[in-house]
Design a protein around this ligand. Structure first.
Ligand code: ZN
Ligand code: ZN
Length: 579
């Protein structure tokens, strides 16, 4: 019996077949590409001369309901690959033919429901009548195989659930997610923008975004300092020869940007590891020097296909809170424990739930059995001792070492990859890193690559959606807005601003000649945590009328009392760990 997740996948995948059938019945001449289930539903890519729009979806849904009502059985048929190629060639399904040519198997399966036929491994529901609740959601362009040199196909997204109720709940969450879309909020709140003229996947931070970023960076620096990390800074371009030695040139080349200087090939760094290795190598290290923890807010460039770029979540230039720890094998356990505690405290600060995944040794790997055993055991033991719930991805580790990935869960229950802790046996080998042990001979250190928040771009993107743009006081780019009722209250309002600034609070005055209701609405839309209104009464009594984003009208207050009330929550917080 299939598990719940698999059953859902079978349901959605079967619904994708029904959608494809509906599209073929409604739009003769459409060619099929691929139609897999996804985490939230399914899609199907079609090659179609025209363009599908959202207005076409109700019509396709209507046809799908018809097909569901026909209760057509999904019938499996096996044939040889050669037969299948001929079969799909006759149907004019050139994409299926292309897929078939790349399948190594001699036998393949096709599935029919009614007149519709698709190349597929299955499994499916017994018949179309088992589909109860589905909805088509959107259309988008998608390049064949995600490659912009290929033909642009039309992708239709949909979802399906076992019951109408579950579908309704999902659609509600989706509505909420749309409202919180970081690309929309990012523009409205002047956090960031991207421009075709600048280049895809390259972020421009506007004043509010740059402030959020500065606050997060400052938070990072303080937390790393008190945990015994040393700050280092490496260059943005390094000679290609060094990337050859590290293996990136062979294994990561298509994600890298290259340039030439004085006849020498250089690469823009896609990772920060190599400069940190050079610092380690710069002098003789003894066992007493370890662990060494090098931290850098390192900006990296990675070439991602333009088709996969997405707001702040998938970009071509980003800054990681990256560190490399060089330690003795016997120190691995404590180092990993400290990193996981750091992650835990950081996630709690931002209000994220999270879970861990432990990826173990793959078939092809370097390093000794002893190395792998020790590192994997350390990772597992710490997860257990610290009470983390975790899943094991057997054989999913990198070839150079096991790792822990942390997936955080935002306010809408969506999961995001952020922190990773990666053991590495390869780079210490390739760069011949060593330390002198108590026995006087030379030993290899273990190298740990780790990020806590990950890419700041991505993390801020997730934060925008998690908070719906309403950042907590310490992260709010503008903490307080002071508003005058008429022009004669401006001097007092300016004085209030000065005193708040003096207390280290980020404040803006809105002294425009506009109606108060308009100013308040705007401040609310801009998610400013506190609004202070000054009119005749406030000027006379030396007070301010306070409105809170969360609590509404708080009434008049002496300015000093207001400052005292919010000041403890205004500064960059400090996490418990690190002593
Ligand atoms: Zn299928
Ligand atoms: Zn690294």
């Amino acid at each position: 019996m299939a598990g719940k997740a698999e059953q859902l996948e079978i349901l959605r995948h079967s619904t994708a077949h029904v959608m494809a059938q509906a599209v073929k019945e409604l739009y003769p001449g459409v060619k099929l590409a691929i139609g897999p289930p996804t985490d939230d539903g399914f899609y199907y890519d079609f090659d179609y001369e025209g363009t599908f729009s959202e207005e076409d979806l109700p019509r396709i849904e209507e046809k799908m309901r018809e097909i569901v009502a026909r209760d057509l059985p999904f019938v499996k048929e096996e044939m040889s690959k050669e037969e299948a190629i001929k079969f799909f060639e006759q149907l004019g399904e050139t994409y299926k033919v292309e897929i078939l040519r790349e399948i190594p198997d001699e036998k393949v399966t096709i599935y029919r429901q009614g007149d519709f036929v698709d190349l597929c491994r299955g499994p499916h529901l017994p018949s179309t009548g088992h589909i109860k609740a589905f909805k088509l959601l959107s259309v988008a362009g998608a390049y064949w195989r995600g490659d912009e040199r290929n033909r642009m196909l039309q992708r239709i997204y949909g979802t399906a659930f076992p019951t109408e109720e579950e579908l309704e709940q999902y659609l509600h969450r989706l509505e909420e997610a749309k409202k919180r879309d970081h690309r929309r909020l990012g523009k409205e709140l002047e956090i960031f923008s991207t421009h075709e003229e600048v280049g895809p996947g390259l972020i421009i931070w506007h004043h509010r975004g740059a402030m959020i970023r500065w606050l997060l960076e400052e938070f990072e620096r303080r937390e790393h300092l008190k945990r015994g990390y040393q700050f280092v800074v490496g260059p943005h371009i390094l000679k290609a020869d060094l990337w050859k030695r590290s293996g990136h040139y062979d294994y990561y080349r298509e994600h890298m940007y290259f340039t030439e200087v004085e006849g020498q090939e250089y690469a823009l760094k896609p990772m920060n590891c190599l400069a940190h290795i050079m610092v380690y190598k710069s002098r003789q290290r003894s066992y007493r020097d370890l662990p060494l923890r090098f931290f850098e807010l390192g900006t990296v460039h990675r070439h991602e296909r333009s088709g996969v770029l997405h707001g702040l979540l998938r970009v071509r230039e980003f800054t990681q809170d990256d560190a490399h720890i060089f330690c003795r094998p016997d120190q691995l356990h404590d180092e990993i424990r400290d990193i996981l505690k750091f992650v835990q405290e950081a996630m709690e600060l931002f209000g994220f739930n999270f879970e861990a995944e432990l990826s173990t040794r793959p078939e092809k790997s370097i390093g000794t059995d002893e190395d792998w055993e020790r590192a994997t055991t350390a990772l597992r033991e710490v997860l257990e001792q610290e009470g983390f719930s975790y899943e094991i991805n057997e054989g999913e580790g990198a070839f150079y070492g096991p790792k822990i990935d942390i997936k955080l869960e935002d306010a809408l229950g969506r999961k995001w990859q952020c922190a990773t802790i990666q053991c590495d046996f390869s780079l210490p080998e390739r760069f011949d890193l060593g330390y002198i042990g108590p026995d006087g001979s030379r030993h290899r250190p273990v190298m740990i690559h780790r990020v806590i928040l990950g890419a700041l771009e991505r993390f801020i993107g997730v934060l925008i959606e998690h908070y719906g743009g309403a950042f907590p006081l310490w992260l709010a780019p503008e903490q307080v807005r002071v508003m005058s009722i008429t022009d004669r209250h401006i001097p007092y309002g300016e004085d209030v601003c000065k005193r708040l600034e003096g207390a280290g609070i980020r404040v803006q005055g809105d002294f425009r000649n506009e109606k108060l209701g308009y100013k308040i609405r705007q401040a609310q839309l801009e998610k400013v945590p506190y609004m202070l209104i000054v009119g005749d009464k406030e000027v006379q009594e030396g007070t301010v009328s306070v409105r809170s984003r969360e609590e509404g009208d708080l009434g008049p207050m002496a300015l000093e009392a207001f400052i005292e009330r919010i000041l403890p929550h205004c500064g960059i917080p400090s996490l418990g760990g690190g002593d």
